[in-house]
Design a protein around this ligand. Structure first.
Ligand code: FAD
Ligand code: NAI
Length: 465
């Protein structure tokens, strides 16, 4: 048998790759991880989940103070924005967490190969001019921003930016145009709106947040409008012209029609992300991409090439950190000869705006396509905790199979929907019926009681409406 430098070599140290490396090492495999960035943690920790949540958290406090919401609670404050301090706490969070992964690598005796890896053959990669061999190689190279043809992103200049640039803006833009009403556009658009920007979201489709439940998308649109965002749905951007520190964004109806020019101090391009496969040398190992530029795997995360595996944003499925992490654990377990499984039917998704928007499982539309369903809904307005906290917006919706009552999907719009959705995911993972949720005792007063009541509503018997 060939002698390899490592049992497992992971390419990329994002939530997929670093988790795969740690689990492989925990299972006694000699493990290395190649990462070209200066810090570990990938998109998520460096320029994604973590810094965006740091800005969302801080800007939410600012808005609560500035909007008078705190005064209504009897807390009088006169807020003053210190944007540099806000950026500082964001950088501190990133530094702490990326440093934490470095600590975990050392603790688990994982070698960090600093540099970008390229395949020479299925068991050999070159990193920083050195050849390294491994019995198993896991591709976890993640994704990057999808560019908009004809629109040049320049994060340094800070006028036309991607999500990385939008996290770093040195001052609050007076007017901001967000191209793409998806997760990034709404989260980062919310940050700058809360801090004082006039935000216009230009979305190609006729609703925000594609992929989410139809009723949730409609309600989200109403809420963002109520918060002061201008939504241009069914609209496309046909050009962006930058002059000095200003941009002119030309937009028009997606179906064709008269154009309109919107002036902006900042333009965020957030029309999706695409898998990172360029420069990996996949041709050297004969690994082809699918039509969407992704690497296909089987259920075990093995690619068509023996000894080569792939996980995270670079393979099909939602581009989410927790999906990548679970795949990281599963692939390491499969490499070690155990049975690593990810249930791709139960991957929650959360938009961390205010209120938060979360869902798991099927949308009502998708569930109805599969057969008859029963749907229970409960408004947050009737939830005692949400009402007491002055957070009346949103609802919970439980979708169950009409015949078996098995829960097929749960959707929430609520201040803490991201936390609430975990119980729905767990219930679905255990194959729960709506009745199981309805008869589970939930602590009072909590927002989660709305999930219980929505489950009760599936059979028509909620208590509080
Ligand atoms: P990545 O995190 O992209 O990591 C891949 C790593 O591989 C990178 O560090 C890259 O430098 C490295 N790499 C690439 N090629 C090579 C090579 N050849 N050699 C060596 N290294 C290489 N998801 C959530 O679930 N929740 C959120 O709140 C959330 N917020 C987000 C906010 C923003 C602004 C963005 C952009 C994304 C957000 N995401 C969120 C998505 C999440 O970041 C990704 O789904 C997740 O990071 C994917 O993990 P990954 O390990 O597949 O890849
Ligand atoms: P997205 O796919 O969520 O949204 C992109 C939006 O842009 C869509 O609504 C699409 O219809 C629209 N669009 C596409 N082309 C357009 C055009 N030319 N003009 C106008 N609109 C156009 O992608 P986004 O927001 O860039 O995020 C990328 C990925 O990052 C997502 O897949 C998401 O899963 C992940 N992410 C997750 C977060 C979370 O879990 N909270 C936060 C941020 C990102």
């Amino acid at each position: 048998m060939a002698d390899y430098d490592y049992d497992v070599l992971v390419i990329g140290a994002g939530p997929g790759g670093y988790v795969a490396a740690i689990r492989a090492a925990q299972l006694g495999l000699k493990t290395a991880c190649a990462e070209g960035r200066e810090t570990l943690g990938g998109t998520c920790l460096n320029v994604g989940c973590i810094p965006s949540k740091a800005m969302l958290h801080a800007s939410e406090y600012f808005e609560q103070a500035a909007s008078g919401a705190m005064t209504k609670l009897g807390v009088k404050v006169t807020p003053e924005l210190d944007l540099e301090a806000m950026h500082g706490q964001r950088r501190d969070s990133v530094k702490g967490l990326t440093g934490g992964i470095e600590f975990l690598f050392k603790k688990n005796k994982i070698d960090w190969l600093k540099g970008y890896a390229q395949f020479k053959d299925a068991h050999t990669v070159e990193v920083a001019g050195k050849s390294v061999t491994a019995k198993n190689i896991v591709i976890a190279t993640g994704s990057s921003v999808t560019p908009l043809p004809g629109v040049e992103i320049d994060n340094e200049k800070g006028v036309v930016v991607d999500s990385t640039g939008a996290l770093e803006l040195a001052s609050v833009p007076r007017k901001m145009v967000v191209i793409g009403g998806g997760v990034i556009g709404l989260e980062l658009g919310s940050v700058w709106r809360r801090l004082g920007a006039e935000v216009t979201v230009v979305e190609f489709l006729d609703q925000l947040l594609p992929g989410m439940d139809g009723e949730v998308r409609k309600e989200a649109g109403k809420l963002f409008k109520k918060q002061g965002m201008t939504l241009k749905l069914g609209t496309k951007v046909t050009g962006v012209e930058v002059k000095g520190k200003k941009a002119k964004v030309t937009v028009g109806p997606a179906a064709g029609g008269d154009a309109e020019v919107i002036e902006a101090d900042a333009v965020l391009v957030s029309i999706g992300r695409r898998p990172n496969t360029e420069g990996l040398g996949l041709d050297k190992i004969g690994l082809e991409l699918n039509q969407r530029g992704q690497i296909e795997t089987d259920h075990d995360f093995a690619t068509k090439v023996d000894g080569v595996w792939a996980i995270g944003d670079v393979i099909p499925g939602p581009m989410l950190a927790h999906k990548a992490e679970d795949e990281g654990i599963a692939v390491a377990e499969n490499i070690a000869g155990l049975t690593g499984i990810v249930n791709h039917d139960v991957i929650p998704g959360v938009v961390y705006t205010f209120p938060e928007i979360a869902g798991v499982g099927l949308t009502e539309e998708a569930a109805k396509e599969r057969g008859a369903v029963k749907v229970g809904k409960f408004p947050m307005l009737a939830n005692s905790r949400a009402k007491t906290n002055h957070e009346p917006d949103g609802f919970v919706k439980v979708i169950a199979d009409a015949e078996t009552d098995r829960v097929l999907g749960v959707w929430c719009i609520a201040s803490v929907a991201g936390t609430m959705i975990a119980q729905a995911a767990q219930a679905m993972e255990f194959g729960a019926t709506s009745e199981d949720i309805a008869y589970t005792c939930h602590a009072h007063p909590t927002h989660s009681e709305a999930i219980k009541e929505a489950a009760m509503a599936v059979t028509g018997k909620p208590i509080h409406i």
